[in-house]
Design a protein around this ligand. Sequence first.
Ligand code: TYM
Length: 321
Amino acid sequence: MIRFSGITPSGHAQLGNYLGAIQRWAAEGGEDDLYFVSDLHAMTTTHNPAKLRGLSGELLAVLIASGIPPERVFVQSDLARQLGALTWVLECTCSYGEAARMIQFKEKSKGRTGSRLSLLTYPVLMAADILLQGAAEVPVGEDQRQHVELARVLARRFNNTYGEVFTVPAAVLPPTGARVRDLADPARKMSKSARDSAGVVSVLDPAELVRRKFRRAVTDGGSVPEYLPEQRPGLANLLEIMAACTGTKPADVAAEYGSYGALKDAVADAVIETLRPVRESATALLADPGELDRVRRAGAVRASERGEHRLQSALRLIGAG
Ligand code: TYM
């Protein structure tokens, strides 16, 4: 069984990426699992090429520093030819309406003229990522569930229409931390591409900055910590973050603290300790670009060899190749 997932270098890796995704990728890994930096996905809105290259290296370092074995990581653009071909095959399997229904597309294109076409089609590229590698399980946070569903629909449709090639994938969500919210605006999910970073904790943020961000976290009225996600989303977010860092339940965390101040300090401590080894190890890796480059090149060869036969079968079955 292959587990497979990716992270887009649209900004610095943040706490939501870590708790909702990366932490589990490192903990639950099996030998055939693959995790990747989806740099081709970071071009669906205006982007800066030099910044993208830098962030791709940074995220690759964060994946390895988080405990994912270097032989299970790769960078998406190193498979650009295979993925470009399979994306086309899958675009010919997907309707316009299915792509336009994606929540992220609707949110990001709303009120804009001149959105890139790739903003509409990127879930199909994401399906190609997943199906090329034969992934059975795709561990993601809540926001990516709909995209994995699309990959599932396209795999079934292709198999039924042309012949069995693709494994039908399923999204797997974490028990807590599936949707970490922005500390300054709990109505929004924490996002690496947020304009204002006051409520976004980056994995590589220094400890003092992390503490400051938690002290300023918005915690909706009341004074005694209680776990009420609907009425008090800001407070619930802190409790969920603590639970995800310590492997406990949010309601149990609430019962332990008498004041918001004490809770905020405790959550900051837990996050700082959780991220410390990742930050230290990522910093060391980034100081050794030769090693990072070696890992990247080896990952490219492995991932592209593993996927090639599925691409060839798919091309043959549709009457091409
Ligand atoms: P990306 O880079 O937005 O996010 C990477 C992972 O982090 C999770 N995540 C969160 N989890 C909890 N709380 C949050 N606030 C939060 N923000 C992000 C995401 O759910 C995701 O699991 N398109 C994908 C990358 C991708 C991919 C794939 C994933 C490309 N191809 C194939 C799986 C399979 C993306 O942009 O994730």
